[in-house]
Design a protein around this ligand. Structure first.
Ligand SMILES: [Zn+2]
Length: 211
């Protein structure tokens, strides 16, 4: 399911970087994991879907975010081989192996891809086609990058945003209260004392069109 819009060849150097959009439930789930052990790193995965018409990757729900077995410290979170194999096993069992394309991890402070992160990305490229890497912190900051390895090496930072949704019960309550409490002020009616007439020197529609 490799998107075509960033498939890069020597004849096609212009690449439009896809965006990453997290549904707020997915973002909340990541933040919930991040807060389980405030003083250590943690890493996990997301299922992503490519939305071709908008050139973006979307993480659609909290169910699309998960973690696996790992060993963590204040400055590292090493996904064990067993953990990554379990993630792939989960994906295959769910029929979603093509969507298992995002790895995220927490940093204690600044969000960026460290030299270690970049080495891990390159190692992934030895066997994988492409991957999204997301770095988050407990303050809610995010940094994402996209790396493709086939058919050509291509990578860079992605814009990442949260898709916020107003809950239907809040929408309903606001509508009820607004209907009762809010009056829309009507603009004063324009009083026309005589018909507006075009003056002799003004342009007609026909003249304007001919210019
Ligand atoms: Zn890192």
């Amino acid at each position: 399911m490799q998107p075509q819009s960033y498939a890069m060849s020597p004849r096609e150097p212009k690449v439009i970087m896809p965006r990453l959009v997290l549904h707020e439930d997915a973002w909340n789930m990541i933040q919930a994991y991040v807060r389980t052990n405030p003083d250590t790193e943690i890493n996990g995965f997301c299922y992503v879907r490519y939305v071709a018409g908008h050139n973006l990757f979307f993480v659609a729900s909290s169910d699309d975010v998960f973690i696996t077995e790992q060993t963590v410290s204040p400055h590292s979170a090493d996904a064990s081989g067993v953990g990554y194999a379990k993630a792939q096993y989960n994906a295959v069992m769910a029929g979603r192996e093509d969507e298992l394309r995002l790895q995220w991890h927490k940093h204690p402070h600044d969000v960026y891809c460290s030299p270690t992160d970049m080495r891990n990305i390159e190692n992934f490229g030895l066997t994988g086609e492409w991957i999204i890497s997301l770095v988050v912190n407990i303050q809610g900051e995010m940094h994402a990058r996209f790396d493709a390895f086939q058919p050509a090496r291509f990578g860079g930072e992605m814009e990442v945003t949260i898709h916020r949704v107003i809950r239907p019960d809040l929408t309903d309550r606001a509508a009820r209260e607004a209907a009762e409490l809010v009056t829309i002020k009507q603009p004063p009616a324009t009083v026309v004392t005589r018909p507006a007439r075009r003056t002799r020197g003004s342009k007609t529609a026909k003249q304007t069109k001919e210019q």
